[in-house]
Design a protein around this ligand. Structure first.
Ligand code: NAD
Length: 557
């Protein structure tokens, strides 16, 4: 007898499961129950519909009819699973006309996704032009309002908030982004790296309000919305998008008594099995084994959702497969910048009380003499003893994606800074430099481990500088525009040797520059001249980010 598989949720993870199952079992009955009118839609493309960069016709990757025809699936849209009886292996479904019926399953797959997490003080249902962005209907509703409006507020500067801000700006709006924390993209970027993104956003004309929690949204009476921002400011907007995070949608799993993770997500193993027989779970609703912690992690991203669907289908069909631990690899377009991240951040490492080293560099995307080169700014986190790579962040206008992907591959294979130093990567002038930035990161990392590069972190720098000479090795223009550390001396790298000849140095010389590259070279010169020296890792960016927060004691970020 053929098997009956019921999949709850027809977006990325659910449809990946359904279509893979069909490729493995031609005679199975595969039923997909989806609460909305859409299946398999471009969730990650929704922000781009606000500027019409992605038209509505492109948002449905494949319609239910096409999918049913191609994969012989029984897709039931606008229907909702309201109950699971895991003993009898039956789900109760509420149909379009609110009738309820039971459906047997041999295997059930929960792909119920995530839903917007809206602050409890926001009564967005009562506000005509206040939205979240999760579904195709959300995107089309905002798009309809966009042409009649000019002033937009985006609440939250995570990935969705930033992508929405860019697209509303492209659509001709003046955009204010209010973020509760004191930096953009706080979950994935260190604050010194976020500073690069913030500068770019401001240059593009986005008004950033950092450290500003939006406390209340009220109807101003004429279709506009008044936002209470921070302690004393209220401002009025034509359109508000709330992008304050998401949470796993797990009411069904909860009612069925499935084990859940501290995040609330459904706990699954590497085969996407829940703790209940014949129930798998996939996508934004699950916490899966992770390389980022000894436990599981809830990582609501499109890549893992698709892979999980395939693994669950393989497991159900009896093919041996396991999910590789999730690394939290992500990339976002922020106007002209690409922002790529992978693995652990400093704050997560600090939470885990795990020792780490942090290094930075700026490297050209390809050979400097070939037209169109641009710097990529990198941060690399690694184990200080054996050099295992723990996390990376890269920001630039080109070449970010491939470097983050190489670093993600390295992390997936437990590679060290020694391994990436020696990687044999593709090179020709239009594509890279003879020393690819990934190789350079490996060189800096190995220099640190082998003691060739002496770096100092901001916290230690602040204490050590009382008894040391501090020199800024940046060019004069940079110092003038960006500012400098009080009490320092300006010694551009090219002047260092003559400065040394003229000066009788007593004690340590601490060096700093924009991010830590020319200061490292300066420290090497000084050390070889017998002057003890360390270079400030993260450079002025890191100092400035700490100063902006009102402290220089250094907060992991
Ligand atoms: P998020 O959690 O990344 O960001 C939400 C932000 O809102 C946080 O920075 C938080 O501090 C802020 N916030 C919360 N309450 C606030 C308030 N009252 N006032 C002001 N700010 C407030 O969530 P998101 O941006 O909604 O994204 C949801 C998920 O989708 C995330 O996991 C994200 O990584 C993922 N996503 C990824 C991509 C990508 O990889 N390119 C794109 C879009 C979404």
């Amino acid at each position: 007898m053929s098997q009956q598989y019921v999949i709850v949720g027809g977006n990325a993870a659910g449809m990946s499961t359904a279509t893979r199952l069909r490729r493995l079992e031609e005679d199975a009955d595969i039923v997909v129950i989806e609460a909305t009118a859409y299946v398999s839609y471009a969730s990650c493309g929704l922000p781009y519909h606000l500027s019409d960069t992605v038209p509505e016709s492109e948002l449905a990757v494949m319609g239910a009819d096409q999918l049913s025809a191609a994969f012989d699936l029984d897709i039931r849209t606008s229907q909702t699973v309201v109950d699971i009886d895991s003993e009898r292996r039956v789900v109760t479904v509420e149909s379009r006309d609110n009738d309820r019926y039971d459906l047997d399953y041999d295997e059930l797959v929960l792909a119920t996704g995530a839903e917007p997490l809206v602050p409890p003080t926001f009564d967005i249902e009562s506000l005509e032009h206040c939205y979240t962005l999760r579904t195709v209907s959300d995107a089309t509703a905002i798009r309809t309002r966009v042409d009649d409006a000019k002033r937009a507020l985006v609440v939250g500067a995570g990935y969705i908030g930033i992508e929405v801000a860019e697209n509303l700006h492209e659509a001709g709006h003046s955009v204010v982004v209010a973020e509760l924390l004191d930096q953009v993209m706080p979950n994935t970027l260190g604050d010194e790296m976020a500073a690069l993104v913030e500068t770019h956003l401001r240059e593009q004309g986005i008004e950033l309000q950092l450290g500003v929690g939006v406390e209340e949204l009220t109807d101003a009476g004429d279709g506009t919305i008044t936002a209470a921002m921070g302690t004393d400011e209220s401002r009025t907007f034509d359109l508000v998008v709330v992008a304050t995070g998401v949470r796993p949608r797990t009411e069904l799993a909860e009612a069925a008594g499935l084990e859940r993770h501290e995040s609330g997500a459904i706990t699954v193993d590497s085969r996407m099995r829940t703790d209940t027989p014949a129930i798998h779970a996939v996508g934004d609703a699950v916490a899966a084994p992770s390389a980022l912690s000894s436990n599981r992690a809830w990582v609501p991203l499109g890549g893992p959702a698709n892979r999980q669907g395939r693994v669950a289908a393989n497991d159900i069909a009896g093919h041996d497969d396991e999910l590789a631990p999730v690394l939290d690899t992500a990339i976002a377009k922020v106007f002209d910048l690409d922002v790529g991240t992978v693995g652990l951040t400093e704050s997560r490492l600090a939470d885990q009380e795990r020792p780490y080293e942090a290094i930075y560099t700026s490297e050209p995307s390809h050979a400097g003499y070939y037209p169109g080169t641009a710097d990529i700014h990198f941060k690399l986190l690694f184990d200080p003893d054996d050099g295992t790579i723990l996390g990376a962040q890269a920001i630039g206008t080109q070449g970010v994606d491939k470097r983050i992907d190489v670093l993600a591959t390295a992390i997936a294979h437990d590679d060290t800074v020694f391994d990436i130093r020696d990687l044999d990567l593709a090179y020709a002038p239009p594509y890279s430099a003879a020393k690819d930035p990934v190789n350079v990161l490996g060189m800096i990392g190995t220099n640190v481990i082998e003691g060739v590069a002496d770096i100092v972190h901001l916290e230690e720098f602040e204490t050590a500088r009382e008894a040391a000479t501090v020199i800024d090795t940046r060019p004069a223009e940079m110092r003038e525009t960006q500012g400098s550390i009080p009490g320092d001396e300006h010694v551009p790298l090219g002047n260092l040797r003559s400065w040394l000849e003229e000066r009788d140095i007593d004690g340590e010389v601490l060096t700093y520059c924009k991010i830590g590259k020319s200061s490292y070279m300066a420290s090497r010169i000084l050390q070889q001249e017998g002057v003890p020296s360390r270079s400030l890792t993260g450079g002025y960016y890191r100092y400035q980010a700490a100063k902006r927060r009102g402290d220089t004691a250094g907060r992991p970020s």
